[in-house]
Design a protein around this ligand. Structure first.
Ligand SMILES: [Zn+2]
Length: 727
């Protein structure tokens, strides 16, 4: 043989050898093998409950489950059905191939493909769709390649996670969830065998359409028992089991919250998102928001929203953006948690917190009287919700009853810019305006805010003065299966701990709000809950925002088209819904503990007349919290009075009298005692004048069961009001 001839024969052989060597040696792209781009995107709650599944761009429903989480007997069913010698062959099963060839020749057509699990996996990974003979050759080559680079378990894992189970559902994870409403890990032997028989022809043998599914599964189980793959006991149990397959709809829970997740991750190539949401809690509240608001439709209340967050972590537990997501009438898909609305009085706690930092105490006396504030646009004269003024009130009462003049006075004395700066620091949108554009009305709700911002702001009261920003997403998984943790914003110190503590003490004090809210009101709890309402001037919006020692609960009611509600206040609108939200939260989480007392604050005797720490001349006193630096600031009014302060001394707000049935009712009475020169005053009980101005007589009250109101007027100025109860 000449040298040239050798070359002609050898060179192509060498070339072919190199080609094959390269083909078999280049590693398998595992990411491609796992078919990541075909996975559906999934959103989970804090307890790994699937909230939403978004099919892939080809509308495949598919997700990945590690083989280690699939029970061995499930794997055995598939190996038995599809490829008995899977663990012993090298990608190709020569025995069954020979048998298939014989059958095909005998029948003169291809009726058996003898595809091993490895060959089927190769077909899936490399999308082999060539004519049959070429495809078969490629399948064999790729199978050998897979067997070189992957373990048997890796091949089986890819196969089970990517094979088609009918109805556009791929992989055992999505399949068991859709057909049996459970994870692949909890499939029974019977259910697993029903899925295994599906693969022969998924569109006709899947258990949703195949009426013989159970029968076929039993046949497979029988074969497994006689091959000693399963015991006869296991077989006996499995054939007795009645497994029902149902096609579950694609998950679409907590709709607004999931919409928000998709929005926040819109620039990321994510396949899984892990949120802080609490599905069970939110779904209970989704029902409650409907049952609470439906009766208010006559008052033109069509919508509402709820947010609950954990102030220690910033976790958003609940985000309900409307009463009914699927209602077009109320524009239900819009997430009202982010709607910009007038907060009414709900920013007042920030004003008073600044007040406490600037020399005010809870007991400080502030005059509620007609007052003009000079603003850049002219004079501003705030009114109260009851169109009355209430004379000298403590800061505690002024906030509890939400009187407007005292809030404006406090803000005016410390400067609007202070409130403006603190709101800005807490990430409120200031709408490109300056402090003077808002004026003191900033504390009455002249700036639009969202429920999200309010809940974020109120975290300072639930978290010892530090703000935590609400965050829905904990982490997410990228297409390359890398998990990215969301960066948590560092908590911000806004107020000292004692200020937040005192604000919590006031906002949880039911007695402080009785004159405005009555004795029984939605904000009276048997445990610690601070709360504040806010109603916009024209009744378009009604907020109730509150907190426990850890959680923040925010509620808004109103209309998406901004039409005004009719006759709705915090008592009837957001209040009852807020109460329901708190009570529901208490079923899921431990709430209600009173916050620990900071060192810089203590309870001491304060003077009723000056609101300061008592001097030896003070006679009217009670106990309240005071900052230690204020203890030495003693009362200077008592002993130097020129004019006495007038108020109802007895009874007190919230007093309860009990009628003694053994005695004559006519003799059961008490004297209403008034401090100061009562001659100047008009006294009313339950709306009836009992003492005119100028009269100087003792007033007795005969006990009658029910709730009673005593009001003290100087001219038309309401100076004091007491509500008490007789049982
Ligand atoms: Zn005094």
């Amino acid at each position: 043989m000449g040298r040239n001839k050798v070359k002609i024969v050898v060179l192509p052989l060498v070339f072919l050898f190199v080609l094959f060597a390269l083909f078999f040696l280049i590693p398998v792209n595992k990411c491609k093998a796992r078919g990541v781009n075909e996975w559906s995107r999934r959103i989970y709650d804090r307890n790994s409950i699937l909230l939403r599944e978004i099919p892939s761009s080809e509308y495949f429903v598919s997700s990945w489950t590690p083989i280690d989480s699939i029970p061995e007997y499930v794997l055995k069913c598939f190996v038995q059905k599809e490829d008995k010698r899977f663990y012993s062959h090298f990608g190709i099963d020569i025995l069954s191939m020979a048998r298939a060839l014989r059958q095909n020749i005998k029948n003169r057509r291809i009726i058996s493909g003898a595809s091993t699990i490895t060959m089927q996996t190769a077909r899936i990974i490399y999308s082999l769709q060539q004519p049959k003979l070429i495809r078969k050759i490629l399948e064999i080559l790729y199978s050998i390649k897979l067997e070189i680079h992957l373990t048997k378990r890796e091949i089986l894992e890819i196969y089970l996670n990517r094979t088609h189970f009918g109805n556009n559902i791929y992989g055992i994870a999505s399949t068991s969830e859709t057909y049996f409403s459970k994870s692949a890990a909890s499939l029974s032997l019977k259910e697993a065998s029903m899925l295994a028989v599906t693969l022969q022809a998924p569109s006709v043998y899947n258990p949703i359409v195949n009426r013989r599914s159970s029968e076929m599964a039993d046949a497979l189980l029988k074969e497994m028992a006689s091959d000693n793959i399963i015991s006869s006991e296991e077989y006996g149990r499995a054939v007795k089991e009645k497994a029902e397959a149902n096609k579950e709809k694609l998950k679409f829970r907590l709709p607004h919250l999931c919409d928000r997740v998709i929005f926040e991750l819109k620039d990321k190539k994510w396949i899984k998102a892990f949120t802080s949401a609490d599905c069970a809690l939110q779904e209970e509240l989704e029902e409650i928001i409907k049952t609470s608001l439906d009766p208010l439709e006559d008052m033109n209340v069509t919508n509402g929203s709820i947010m609950i967050t954990d102030s220690r972590t910033g976790d958003v537990l609940v985000m309900i953006g409307s009463k009914e997501y699927f209602s077009d009438n109320i524009d239900g898909q819009y997430n009202a948690c982010y709607g910009m609305r007038s907060p009414g009085s709900s920013l007042k706690p920030f004003t008073y917190s600044l007040g406490l930092l600037n020399g005010y105490n809870a007991s400080s006396i502030i005059m509620d009287e007609p007052t003009y504030f000079k603003e850049v646009w002219g004079d501003f004269k705030p009114e109260n919700y009851d169109f009355k003024f209430h004379g000298p009130v403590t800061l505690r009462q002024a906030l509890g009853c939400s009187y407007n003049v005292p809030a404006c006075k406090v803000l005016d004395s410390i400067g609007v810019d202070k409130l403006y700066e603190i709101l800005k620091k807490m990430n409120f949108d200031m709408h490109s305006k300056g402090p003077n554009d808002y004026g003191v009305a900033l504390t009455l709700g002249s700036m639009s805010v969202s429920l999200f911002e309010l809940v974020s702001g109120y975290s300072v009261f639930a978290n010892k003065g530090c703000q935590t920003s609400p965050q829905i997403i904990d982490s997410y998984m990228l297409e390359n299966e890398k998990i990215i943790r969301m960066k948590k914003e560092k908590e911000k110190r806004i107020f000292p701990e004692w200020t937040a503590f005192l604000m919590g003490d006031i906002l949880s004090d039911n007695n402080a709000r009785i004159p405005a809210f009555d004795m029984e009101n939605p904000f009276k709890f048997k445990f610690y809950v601070g709360a504040k309402t806010g109603t916009s001037k024209n009744y378009k919006d009604n907020f109730a925002v509150g907190f426990t020692d850890r959680y923040i609960i925010g509620v808004w009611v109103g209309n998406n088209d901004e039409s005004p509600m009719v006759g709705v206040s915090g008592m009837t609108g957001a209040g009852p819904l807020f109460r329901n939200a708190v009570m529901t939260l208490s079923k899921y989480y431990n709430i209600g503990d009173y916050p620990s007392t900071p060192d810089s604050i203590l309870k001491t005797e304060v003077c009723s007349k000056s609101g300061k720490s008592v001097s030896n001349k003070c006679r009217e006193k009670y106990i309240d919290w005071i900052h230690i630096s204020e203890i030495s600031e003693k009362c200077t009014i008592c002993g130097n009075e020129t004019k006495k302060i007038q108020r109802i001394k007895y009874p007190d707000n919230g007093d309860v009298f009990v009628i003694d049935r053994d005695f004559d009712l006519k003799r059961q009475m008490f004297e209403v005692i008034i401090d100061g020169d009562k001659k100047d005053m008009t006294l009313m009980i339950d709306g009836n004048v009992v003492k005119e101005r100028g009269e100087d007589k003792k007033i007795f009250f005969n006990l009658k069961t029910g709730k009673h109101t005593i009001e003290l007027y100087s001219d038309t100025l309401l100076i004091d009001k007491v509500i008490f109860l007789v049982q």
